[in-house]
Design a protein. Structure first.
Length: 87
């Protein structure tokens, strides 16, 4: 049985991996992605990518819109990202 804190950590880590994959696929630096999302610095984004912070609902929605993916793809560990080849 997995404790709730361990399960949460896995989810955070998986989200961060997906976030980094999307950022790198679109050839964005952390700073560039931060600017596109309206942040003045990239520290929060770095912490998300490294699994140190939980994303807010607003942030997940912003990422889904920015990269044209579903929130399910971002949040469900069992789902992989679907990245269109024509982007």
């Amino acid at each position: 049985m997995v404790s709730s804190s361990m399960s949460e950590k896995v989810t955070i880590q998986r989200f961060g991996e997906k976030l980094k994959t999307l950022r790198m696929y679109h050839s964005l630096t952390l700073t560039e992605m931060a600017r596109q999302l309206g942040y003045t610095t990239h520290g929060y984004l770095s912490e998300l990518e490294h699994g140190k912070k939980l994303p807010t609902i607003e942030f997940v929605l912003s990422i889904a819109r920015l990269f044209n993916v579903t929130t399910d793809e971002l949040l469900k560990d069992e789902l992989e990202l679907t990245i269109p080849e024509d982007q």
